[in-house]
Design a protein around this ligand. Structure first.
Ligand code: BTN
Length: 322
């Protein structure tokens, strides 16, 4: 393929300008074909500096998912040590479920460059465009009864939030239970699904979707005012491999802490990163809509909402509006 030959040419002369004439001579193609091939590489995420009468130079390479780069940045023993990278899939939740059923180890990570049927909480679709985000599922095998899984939902939010803050400096906060927001806009969604037998968890799938390098104009109309990306907030492109590794590092550390010390230290970290606490929230109870101030978490991970009557209500699942 011509664009691959063109890439080889640039790789032979790193950092150098190559004239259109030389490319055309080396690849035996016309000058307009050179321009077409340059544009083809641009579509694949390569960036070029072009100076008339001098030529072209590569000024940026695409941020490709790379298992080796992830592994080199890991400090973990288990999380992310087995990685499966898929170019396009319907949903990494399905791939990870298949691996879990086949006996894959805790910490196995499935990452996709694109999802065609990304799933969100409460049956919603999750926008997962090609090459622009982190769409991944981590397999957990906690030795816990099923009612404990909401705690893992909160733990997942804390792990991702801390990794984002460390690596990008973007001050993401957590909206209960585990959406990550920056200036009121969603930057990451987390979906925790569990398979259980006789009330004992067989495995959990922590699905994490982060809008890393999505451009404002990429978003479908309905998401434009409510979503944002790390690139838009940080002002620079995010290296997905490094962020994935940072999330694995945080996740394993917090998960081990949870397994030895229980939920209390995780709840304290969650509360410190929360954008929900102390604010008025609207939610639904069995008796209808409820408004109140979010006060904290109870020991199960449910949100305590204080109504104006002083009555305290515990919200176990669902959504809140800030
Ligand atoms: C939400 O915001 O409601 C949760 C979104 C979770 C999205 C992630 S992306 C990787 C994994 N695969 C999916 O289909 N969903 C999760």
């Amino acid at each position: 393929m011509k664009h691959e030959a063109l890439l080889n040419l640039f790789e032979e002369k790193p950092g150098e300008f190559i004239s259109g004439e030389e490319i055309s001579r080396q690849l035996l193609i016309s000058r307009s074909a050179v321009w077409k091939q340059i544009n083809k590489l641009r579509e694949l995420g390569y960036e070029f500096e072009a100076i008339s009468r001098v030529g072209y130079r590569i000024s940026g390479t695409p941020d490709l998912l790379n298992a080796m780069e992830i592994q080199m940045a890991l400090k973990t023993r288990r999380f992310g040590r087995k990685v499966k990278i898929i170019e396009t899939t319907s949903s990494t939740q399905e791939d990870a479920a298949r691996l879990a059923e086949e006996g894959a180890a805790e910490g196995t990570l499935v990452i996709a460059n694109e999802q065609t049927a990304g799933r969100g909480r409460q049956g919603r679709k999750f926008y997962s465009p090609r090459g622009k985000g982190i769409w991944m599922t981590l397999l957990l095998r906690p030795e816990k009864p099923l009612p404990y899984t909401p705690q893992l939902t909160l733990l997942s939010g804390v792990a991702v939030c801390r990794a984002i803050r460390q690596l990008t400096g973007v001050e993401a906060g957590i909206k209960w239970p585990n959406d990550l927001l920056v200036n009121g806009r969603k930057i990451c969604g987390i979906l925790l699904e569990s398979a259980a037998e006789d009330e004992l968890v067989r495995y959990c799938l922590a699905g994490i979707g982060i809008d890393a390098n999505v451009e404002p104009e990429d978003y479908p109309e309905e998401l434009r005012s409510i979503a944002t990306s790390l690139k838009a907030e940080a002002g620079n492109k995010i290296n997905r491999n490094q962020l994935i590794a940072a999330i694995m590092n945080e996740f394993e550390m917090l998960y081990d802490l949870y397994c030895t010390e229980g939920f209390q230290p995780i709840a304290a970290l969650w509360e410190a990163l929360s954008v929900s606490l102390g604010r008025e929230v609207r939610t639904k109870s069995r008796l209808g809509p409820v408004t109140g101030i979010a006060r904290g978490l109870d020991e199960s991970g449910a949100l305590i909402v204080e109504q104006s009557s002083g009555e305290r209500l515990v919200v176990f699942s669902g959504e809140i509006e800030l």
